[in-house]
Each structure stands twice: as C-alpha cells, then as structure tokens.
Design a protein around this ligand. Structure first.
Ligand code: MTE
Ligand code: MO
Length: 534
C-alpha cells in the first residue's frame, strides 16, 4: 500500500475559494455583457434586503450609512468564500462533491437572479457560465494539486519526462497509485485562477459601468414649465459657511432606496400604467408626459429613517406633471383612498388619494434642479409629494400606479414595521457649529434648517445650557413646501455648552422634546449638540 498523500485540507479550501472566485469573475463578466442585475451576488444581496427584518435594515442604515450596500455585498462574499472553502475541502476527497456543491451554489444564485422583478431568462446565463467556469477551475486545480505519481518500474511503459518542463501527462498515472500532493503546482495554479477571476471581474464591472441609460438621459431635453416656479425670493439662502445651502445640489442629495443595482429604465420604453379603481385605465409614455403642462416647484424631501439631526433630507426644484391631472383623467372612483405606486424594481409606496388631490404640487417628476432626474434619483420618472415622507410617496423609477384602498393593499415598508401613512413631522437641525466643535470665545453664529413641508415653518428657537429660548432669525422661503434656514448670533463663553433647537410650524405646533425612534413613523425630539469653547 502506498503512502496517502492526498492534498491537505487547506489546499482544498484554497482550491474551493479560487474556483469560487473564478465562478464569480465569469458571472460578473456575463452580467456586464447582459445586465448588471444578472450578477448573482447582487441579486442574492437584494434578496437579503427584501427578506431582512426592518430593525436590521435600520441598524444597517444607521451603522453603515450610505455604505450599507457595500457592507451587505461584503457579507455575502464572506459567506460565499466560506461555502466555497467547504466545497473545496470536500472535493479533494471526491470530485463529485465539488460539482454538487457548485451546482447548489449556482442554484441559489439562479433563484435570486430569476426572481428579481423584471428578470428575463437570459439573466440566467451569467450564473450558469460562472458555475461551469468554477467547476472547470476546481477540477483543474485539484488535478494540479495532486498530480499522478511517476510511474514505477512495475506499472508498465516507462515514459520519459519532457526535458525542461514540469508537465506530467495524465496517462502516466499508474492505476491504484495514490496521488501525491504538489504544493508548488497548486499555488501557481491558484495564482493563475486569482488573476483570471480578477481580470474577468474587472472587465465585467467596467462593461456594466457603461450605463446605457446614462446616454439616454443625456439626450433628454426638458421642455419649459407651463407653470414655472417664481424666482427664489432674495434671502432664501443666508450664505453661512457650513449651513446647508437652500438648494441641495443633485450630487449632494441624499439617497435612500432598497436597490443594490440602480434600475436602468430606458425612457423610450418607459410607460406609466394607471389602473385599479378608475373609470378609464390609462398608459402614458415618456413623450406623452413631456407634452403635458409641466409644473415647477421647490420641495424638500425627507426620509422617515432620518434620526433627529440626521442627513437624510434635501431640497430641490422639481419639474413634473401634476399627479392630480393624471388621476382626474383616469377618473378615480369614490371608494378609493390609496395609490399603490410601483417602481421598475418592485418597490412600492402607498399614498393617500386625498393628499394627491388637495391641490398641492404632488408630481410625477422628470426634472431635478434643471436637469433630467439623475439615474440614482429615479430617472426617468419619480413621484415627489410635499408633506409626506419618501417611503410613502416618493417612488423612484415609477412604472405603475394602482388606485386602491388601504384596507386592500399594503406598500413595501408597511409589513416591515413602518406606519402605512407617513405625514412629515416638524423638525429642525443645527448645521453650525458642528457637534463637539471647538470654538473660540466671542460672537459666533448658530445656524441650521427647519422643515414642516406643506405646513411651513413659522418660528425657530434656540437655547443654550437650558437657558431661555431665543428666537432665531428666519430666511425667506418660496412657500410652505421647503425647508427654511435659520440663524442666531451667540456670544460664546469659555466652557462646555449644550445647544438645543426647536421649530414651530405654521399650524402652531411646536416640536415635542420627547425623543421617539424613527420607526414606525418618524423620529421626534430636539436636535441637541455639545460644543467646547476656549
Ligand atoms: N424605487 C424606490 N423608490 C424609493 C425608495 C426605494 O427604496 N425604491 N425609497 C424611498 C425613500 S424611503 C425615500 S426617503 C426616497 C429617497 O429619495 P432620494 O434617494 O432621491 O433622496 O425615495 C423613496 N423612493
Ligand atoms: Mo425614506
């Protein structure tokens, strides 16, 4: 009996991980050629997003901020690496285990890819190609790691080893002679696999980065508004360093959505279907929308998951068609009380019908701050509704509006622990000084923004060290739908100080001091910061 010289477990694990990397690289390349959404890792990540409970999602947003998606993809990759290592260890004893493991791996990827909204059969190809490439890489590496023994004198035809190369033809393997582990050949093979995986992944990512829709977006020329917004009154922006500008530039506008892959919606094929409890279901194309009377409006958007003092709020000048005009054309039945709007990627918002019809500038928006909507912010068409949190109103990449009832339908976040209705809560934020800032003794400016969309902000008060409340001066606003800048001069004295702010809206409601969490319907409490003065 010859000595067992099978590859050690670490060699199996390495083989599995490299084969897994090759599989993902090839899948990424395939996805780059076909559709970014067909990359199984992202599809699995999307799945995880949809299946994970709301508190976990909030935790991720809170902890990782705008990096939450990278962290999620990283987590999926770590799990995959562990599984791949296990497959390699098993395959080292029996190659069939490796094939079975890779097939199972592929099946999960396929299930995720094919169940994503808008998936087509072709989306299976990158995953299938990846599994085949992974299986080839696995068996190739295993053969390299455990090449056949040199033929012994008893095994028949002695074969001359070709000079100057380490190639050992498989035919030389004597039956019954156990394979010997060849560390060097495994490591060089693994290095080759890593290079192949990296190159295919890089190429795939570059291909996917050439966004088809970006080109379509650049070609859009926004028609002039039939109802332009009046020029901003002078004094909307106090121009204080560190204070949020009145208009948030598109590049700085916060982004919150469940999409790992931003939906790429071609305006030439986009349509909006309006159906359900209506007299005349309609379907609108992008060109139809551009031909309608367009309204321009300054509206501040806020996220329900914004903590007190948090960053998920922004203000833009939107251009769009009034949702009410479209609904009236379709003829909303009296029993309807909810609009269930759906995005291309399957996300939904539930919006009260009466809010949309009460005369406010609730828009199917196509423009943001003078340009076509950025792809990240919903190109070609999204909803914007002043006075409601984004999760119940601001559907990006919107393609379908079902007129329905709250007691019949539920939107995306409702079964995940958020309120079915989400009117904005009056809030205020201190932008300067920054929390924990070191200040010099003497006159300094405290400034920030406050918002109570569609009601308007009437007063902002600030107090230092729980002293008397002082009225901040307020910037001008074009109307009740935007945030409002405020500022107050303060003579800072040496020591540690606490600064608090509270706003009162035009309905006379002053923000409550009581702190409540963001779920289920928005945080309350006063933004409070500490500063150090020397
Ligand atoms: N398709 C889609 N639309 C969406 C969301 C989403 O996850 N998917 N999130 C909503 C939420 S919670 C908010 S706060 C706003 C954020 O819009 P923004 O990313 O343009 O700032 O979009 C809304 N529209
Ligand atoms: Mo949100």
């Amino acid at each position: 009996m010859g000595r067992e010289q099978a590859a050690p477990a670490w060699a199996g694990a390495l083989t599995g991980i490299v084969a897994g990397a090759v599989a993902l690289g090839v899948a990424q390349l395939g996805a780059g050629l076909i559709r970014a959404g067909a990359f199984p890792v992202l599809a699995v990540g999307d799945w995880v997003v949809d299946l994970s409970p709301a508190p976990l999602k909030e935790f991720a947003i809170r902890t990782f901020g705008e990096n939450d998606k990278n962290v999620l993809v990283g987590g999926v990759l770590v799990v995959l690496a562990l599984v791949a290592a296990g497959i390699g260890v098993a395959a080292r004893r029996r190659p069939a285990y490796g094939t079975a493991g890779l097939a199972a791996f592929g099946a999960v990827g396929l299930a995720a890819v094919l169940t994503r909204p808008g998936a087509t059969a072709a989306d299976a190809l990158p995953t299938l190609a990846g599994v085949v490439a992974g299986a080839c890489a696995l068996s190739w590496l295993l053969r390299r790691a455990t090449p056949p023994q040199e033929a012994g004198p008893l095994s028949g035809t002695p074969v001359q080893e070709p000079a100057g190369t380490a190639e050992r033809p498989a035919v030389m393997r004597a039956p019954g002679v156990p394979a010997a582990f060849d560390r060097r050949r495994l490591l060089t093979g693994a290095a080759g696999g890593v290079v192949a995986a990296g190159a295919t992944a890089f190429l795939g990512r570059s291909l996917a980065g050439v966004r088809v829709v970006d080109a379509a977006r650049v070609r859009v020329t926004l028609p002039p508004a039939a109802h332009p917004a009046p020029p901003l009154p002078s004094g909307t922006d106090l121009r204080i360093g560190g204070l949020s500008p009145f208009v948030t530039p598109n590049a700085d506008f916060y982004r919150v959505d469940t999409a790992l892959i931003v939906p790429q919606v071609d305006p030439r094929t986009w349509t909006l279907r309006v159906h359900g409890l209506v007299d005349r279901p309609i379907e609108i194309t992008y060109d139809d929308l551009l031909r309608r009377p367009l309204v321009e409006a300054d509206i501040t958007l806020a996220c329900v998951s914004n903590e007190v003092g948090g960053p998920y709020v922004g203000n833009a000048r939107w251009l769009g068609v009034r949702m009410a005009d479209v609904l009236r054309e379709a003829g909303v039945r009296p029993e309807a009380d909810m609009l269930l709007s759906t995005s291309r990627d399957g996300f939904t918002c539930g919006t009260p019908v009466d809010v949309i019809l009460d005369g406010r500038d609730a828009l199917f928006a196509i423009g943001m701050n003078g340009e076509a909507l950025p792809v990240d912010h919903g190109f070609p068409v999204r909803q914007v509704v002043p006075g409601l949190y984004g999760y119940v109103s601001a559907t990006k990449w919107v393609v379908d509006v079902k007129v329905t009832r709250f007691d019949r339908d539920e939107a995306y976040w409702t079964p995940r622990g958020w309120a079915a209705k989400g009117p904005i809560k009056t809030q205020s934020r201190i932008d300067v000084p920054r929390a924990e800032a070191d200040l010099k003794t003497g006159r300094t400016t405290i400034a920030g923004v406050a918002w109570a969309q569609h009601t308007g902000v009437d007063a902002v008060e600030v107090r230092v060290d729980r002293g008397p409340w002082r009225q901040a001066r307020l910037a001008q606003v074009p109307g009740p739908d935007t945030w409002r800048q405020w500022a107050l001069d303060w003579d800072a004295t040496p020591g540690d100080h606490t600064i608090e702010v509270r706003a009162t809206d035009a309905a006379g409601r002053t923000q409550t001091e009581q702190r409540t969490p963001v779920a289920p319907d928005g945080a309350t409490g006063w933004h409070t910061i500490n500063v150090h003065v020397t």
